[in-house]
Design a protein around this ligand. Structure first.
Ligand SMILES: Cc1cc2nc3c(=O)[nH]c(=O)nc-3n(C[C@H](O)[C@H](O)[C@H](O)COP(=O)(O)OP(=O)(O)OC[C@H]3O[C@@H](n4cnc5c(N)ncnc54)[C@H](O)[C@@H]3O)c2cc1C
Ligand SMILES: *[C@@H]1O[C@H](CO)[C@@H](O)[C@H](O)[C@H]1NC(C)=O
Length: 378
């Protein structure tokens, strides 16, 4: 027992709601500190954005905002994870990254400076990053590798839909348990962590003054060309004849598949993660653009068409920290398009905050949900 009758860390009962990369990363780093949490996941681990994301990682692309120091730290942590698990197990590798400008119907004869699989309507190619600043990981494989390791240290995974919190009736309620649909008894706990990605919006009904996240949908398509592509990522600015610009992204993976994503929209988030579906027309548009840029990609076998929602907070900056209106409540969500990149640092910082009372790996001050109250939003 620790001082003052506080429970020793290994007795701390932590329940993490949501088995995406953020929830699993928190469980992974808690386990490293001797706390075996319980993860409650509604469908299956990494079934949503965390399994369907591109997995693109950039060291310095968040430098213009609050996320800069988190991203830089996390970029290095991904390297350490790849060393630990073995790069091939999680499809981690360093990349050369290009900006490709293209124009519908344009034809160029010049090949200078272009990756050779880019042979279509391209007007210019520039370098955005190289193997010291950009990398990739397979987000589904990484989430499962972290889960496996955490389970070896005693982390438990329960399938269930979290539907509420049991807490005391004090002015500042103390968390006592997590209620799961169709189960009579809540799962008892001292600490609850909300990490349900876009579905974390539900927790705004469970805790006072908790800002509500939203979901933004993006589409993705996996294709497999007959021969593997090099370690390249491409950010495309494709101008249509009608003046509209589309911005698909292409990530060539080490397993020979090529991941294509983009064309986001904002339909309503379905309550059940199982009901997230791509819009077929949008998928066709995405393939059409990519086919114009690369003949080989246009002719490649289509493996999977998908869509997922990433979580966005009201000001676009993640919510990482204590929910101070209740005792024992925490949240980590709203990572928008950088949730894979920033998962390790989020997990490690949250583990420190929960166990040590403060994060030392990075300063979480700017990510506290409290910032909205200070601005009078909530
Ligand atoms: C197309 C696309 C491409 C992307 N590419 C990249 C990229 O290249 N690099 C990058 O860094 N980021 C990328 N992202 C962003 C990244 O995917 C997300 O930020 C990240 O996956 C969010 O993780 P999460 O754990 O917060 O949420 P999620 O992955 O959504 O996980 C939440 C989990 O909670 C579960 N859940 C929901 N309701 C309940 C409930 N009631 N009870 C229990 N569990 C519940 C869900 O089933 C789900 O498994 C991309 C996103 C999209 C959509
Ligand atoms: C990557 O780019 C940076 C900045 O442009 C440069 O300083 C560095 O040498 C490059 N690294 C590699 C491995 O090419």
């Amino acid at each position: 027992m620790a001082e003052g009758g506080k429970k020793s860390t290994s007795d701390l009962r932590v329940v993490i709601c949501g088995g995406g990369i953020i929830g699993v990363s928190i469980a992974y780093y808690l386990a490293e500190k001797g706390v075996a949490a319980t993860i409650i996941e509604r469908r299956s681990v990494a079934c949503a954005a965390s399994g369907r994301a591109g997995g693109f990682l950039a060291k310095n692309w968040c430098d213009h905002n609050e996320l800069g120091h988190l991203a830089r730290k996390s970029f290095e942590m991904h390297k350490e994870l790849a060393e630990k698990f073995g790069a091939s197990k999680i499809d981690y590798r360093l990349l050369d990254t290009f900006q490709v400008d293209s124009l519908e119907g344009f034809h160029s004869d010049s090949d200078s400076g272009k990756p050779d699989w880019i042979d279509g309507c391209v007007t210019s190619v520039a370098t955005l990053g190289n193997t010291s600043t950009t990398a990739q990981v397979h987000p589904y494989k990484l989430t499962h590798a972290m889960l496996e390791e955490a389970q070896k240290k005693g982390v438990k995974l329960i399938k269930g839909a979290v539907e509420g919190i049991k807490s005391t009736h004090d002015k500042r309620p103390k968390v006592q348990g997590v209620k799961i649909a169709d189960q009579e008894e809540p799962i008892p706990c001292d600490i609850v962590v909300i990490a349900m990605g876009p579905w974390s919006h539900m927790a705004s009904q469970w805790f006072a003054r908790l800002p509500k996240v939203k979901g933004h949908r993006a589409h993705s398509i996996m294709v497999k060309p007959p021969t593997p592509f090099p370690a390249h990522a491409c950010f495309i600015e494709h101008r249509l004849k009608n003046g509209i610009t589309r911005s698909p992204e292409i990530y060539c993976r080490p397993d020979g598949e090529v991941y294509i994503c983009g064309l986001g929209d904002d339909p309503e988030l379905p309550d059940n993660p199982e009901d997230v579906k791509p819009d077929p027309e949008t998928g066709e548009k995405l393939l059409g653009i990519v086919g114009e840029i690369s003949t080989k990609l246009g002719q490649a076998d289509i493996q999977r068409k998908s869509a997922c929602f990433y979580p966005v907070s009201p000001d676009g900056t993640p919510l990482i920290g204590k929910i101070t209106t209740a005792e024992g409540a925490y949240i980590a969500t709203g990572h928008s398009c950088w949730g894979i990149l920033n998962a390790p640092v989020t997990g490690a910082a949250m583990a420190e905050l929960i166990v040590d009372g403060q994060a030392s790996i990075v300063d979480l001050k700017e990510f506290s949900p409290k910032r909205f109250w200070e601005m009078g939003w909530y």
